[in-house]
Design a protein around this ligand. Structure first.
Ligand code: C5P
Length: 220
């Protein structure tokens, strides 16, 4: 169904993994499929939002009526997000690599000959969600996702406060693995915590998009 309740709202969505190069042929990344983030971008676009999807490398086609910006590294994802400011909302679904190799070598690393393997030094990547949450041009609504393995409610609330975002959707990854078709989350707004039932990822995306639309409707 075509809706227009988010028309005129610019919404940044991050999705997929980031890829952190070690040399021209090697990298550090993760198994994020991008399915949930692309579904969120699609659902928001169906509400008429002006969606800027900042995506790491995934094997999905961008949804209709979404502006997709392809990036590889966390640094590039952060820069692409900041370029989209000012925005009304940001929904960070990407699985950003927490670390990157401290140097990306210009040529392929070679075996040393003495049989001693190289030691990799990692440095921390910027936290895009926290950066957007604390930015001078902070979007009105900032939303994060969190994969947790234990004590879901407590760790999710702590993460929401630490990141400075408004809403956090936390899922127990011991139950729902990366790349799966279904998802189940706790939806935390700070005022309340709702346990959403298990559903497929597009349904979860639509439920979130409905909440985003309600949020902006309540503000006018
Ligand atoms: O990995 P973590 O549990 O910290 O991720 C929680 C949220 O923070 C997710 O919404 C993710 O997209 C975001 N994040 C980010 N930049 C990072 C790490 C996480 O935007 N470097």
């Amino acid at each position: 169904s075509k809706r227009t309740d988010l028309s005129g709202k610019r919404i940044i969505v991050t999705a997929g993994p980031t890829v952190e190069p070690l040399d021209p042929v090697r990298f550090i990344s993760n198994h994020s499929s991008g399915i949930q983030g692309y579904a969120v971008a699609d659902a928001l676009a169906q509400h008429g939002a002006d969606v800027r999807l900042i995506s790491g490398p995934v094997s999905l086609s961008p949804p209709a009526n979404v502006t997709c910006i392809h990036v590889r590294t966390a640094e590039d994802m952060k820069a692409a997000c900041l370029e989209q400011l000012p925005a009304d909302a940001a929904i960070c679904v990407a699985a950003v690599s927490d670390w990157r190799p401290d140097v990306a070598y210009a040529s392929k690393m070679k075996k040393s000959g003495d049989g001693i393997p190289p030691v990799l030094k990692l440095v921390e990547n910027p936290d895009i969600l926290a950066t957007l949450s604390r930015h001078d041009q902070r979007p009105t609504l900032v939303v994060g996702f969190a994969a947790e393995t234990d004590d879901l409610r407590k760790h999710a609330e702590q993460k929401r406060l630490r990141k400075g975002c408004d809403w956090l959707l936390a899922n127990d990854v011991t139950k729902h693995r990366f790349g799966g078709k279904r998802n189940q989350v706790l939806f935390l707004t700070g005022d309340e915590t709702e346990a959403w039932p298990e559903m497929d990822k597009p349904s979860l995306a639509h439920r979130l998009a409905d909440r985003v639309a309600q949020f902006f409707q309540a503000r006018v």
